[in-house]
Design a protein. Structure first.
Ligand SMILES: [Zn+2]
Length: 418
């Protein structure tokens, strides 16, 4: 067999910034010329273990950025099980005009001046000269260009790591979704922490269907809105324990170009994913935790007859949890909830009746065929007639983005009323 080596170039243009930039692209840039003369010392180089940084930010800012990038890269490479083997070279510009004219490729200038970034990658591939088919990658090098905001260098560094380590960044939904997780990444914080404009957009829009997000015709650099959907899907899949176990092998297969797709890995779980993706978007807020609000698909619910009862332990610091009751429409039930919980760290202990405003009260919702009813109050004890068939799910009433600091567990007992 004959092989040849050929360089394949790839550009990942990242449309990262939220609506503010699109609506007012120039307002954030001070008058040119003036600004350039204020910059005293221009671009400099800084290095750390994995990064070579060319930048015009201050030495202190550069040190902080490198530290943040190193910590993120450690986490990312641990997650994907492949240490970064090659220096990641990055140009991070606060003011593109303080650099020599013509210094950056024009595409990079376009991205940076509109508040985004760009990763230029080259892969040296081994190609079978008879068939023209690619056999494997033997070298990969990326150069990152990013505006000096908080998230863009982190986003682009994920692309560079993936490309240099795996020779590819995968399909658009995956490449940009995980890069956006990197964009918003904060050490030891799994809560949603996204740009306020992106948040507002996701809260107010009709959810983009999953099939459209993972469509192979999607392209990078299209719009920040599409990046928001990619982020939402990848964040949910990566951080929700119901799907996280499959996200890593899926990602590795995608990065190794082994033909795995969203459908091949998650296909059988599509109804569950669609439900939890929708649920995530319905409760989207900074501070929301997909891990704490994962849906309980496993606990078996049972119907009640005679004097039999069901019992469940309900944690204050979780979303909806199964009561184990498979309720029948029109049937009357009796319930008692014992124990205490609180809705703040070291806050007042509350019963399942909650406080004077009803916060911390035990509330319920009916789940049937992937649909939820409106929620209704329960409390410590009472009788309740179910309006429809379904499984009763319950939780401690609190703002959805503020449940992580809750403590305590109550025990809920339900039996059929006479
Ligand atoms: Zn990107």
């Amino acid at each position: 067999m004959m092989y040849r080596h050929s360089w394949i170039a790839a550009l990942i243009v990242c449309a990262l910034t939220a609506g503010t930039h699109a609506a007012e692209p120039k307002t954030k840039t001070p008058p040119r010329g003036k600004k350039a003369s204020i910059v005293e010392d221009g671009p400099r180089d800084y290095t750390s273990r994995n990064f070579l940084l060319h930048t015009d930010i201050s030495a202190d800012e550069a040190k902080e950025l490198l530290q943040r990038l190193e910590t993120m890269l450690t986490q990312v490479s641990k997650y994907w099980g492949k240490p970064n083997g090659q220096t990641i070279e990055m140009y991070v510009a606060k003011d593109v005009n303080s650099w020599p004219a013509g210094f950056f490729p024009p595409e990079a200038v376009d991205s940076m001046t509109t508040g985004g970034g760009l990763t230029m990658s080259q892969t040296r591939a081994m190609v079978n000269t008879l068939t023209g088919k690619k056999i494997g990658n033997i070298a990969a090098k990326s150069i990152v260009y990013a505006v000096a905001d908080h998230g863009t260098p982190q986003h682009e560094a994920v692309h560079a790591y993936c490309h240099q380590s795996f020779g590819t960044t995968g399909p658009t939904w995956f490449a940009e979704g995980i890069a956006e997780i990197g964009h918003y990444w904060k050490d030891k914080d799994y809560s949603v922490q996204i740009h306020p404009e992106v948040l507002k957009y996701l809260q107010r829009s009709e959810p983009k269907p999953l099939a459209e997000i993972v469509d192979s015709r999607e392209r990078t650099g299209d719009s920040w809105q599409n990046y928001a959907w990619r982020w939402a899907l990848c964040h949910m899949l990566a951080y929700n324990p119901n799907y996280g176990d499959r996200f890593r092998p899926l990602g590795l297969q995608i990065l190794a170009e082994q033909g795995a797709t969203f459908q091949s890995v998650y296909g059988p779980m599509a109804p569950e994913i669609a439900f939890e993706y929708r649920f995530f978007l319905d409760h989207m807020d900074n501070g929301f935790r997909v891990d704490l609000c994962r849906w309980d698909w496993k606990t078996k619910a049972v119907g009640l007859r005679g004097s039999a009862n069901v019992q469940s332990k309900i944690e204050a610091a979780r979303g909806w949890q199964s009561s184990r009751l498979l309720a029948k429409e029109g049937q009357m039930y009796e319930f008692t909830a014992t124990g205490e919980w609180s809705i703040e760290k070291e806050g007042d202990k509350l019963t399942a009746d909650g406080d004077a405003n009803g916060k911390g009260k035990l509330v319920g919702v009916m789940f049937d065929d992937y649909k939820l009813s409106d929620s209704f109050p329960l409390g410590t004890t009472g009788r309740w007639a179910t309006p429809s068939d379904g499984v009763l799910f319950v939780r401690c009433d609190d703002a959805w983005n503020a449940i992580a600091d809750n403590t305590g567990v109550i025990t809920l007992k339900i039996k059929a009323a006479e």
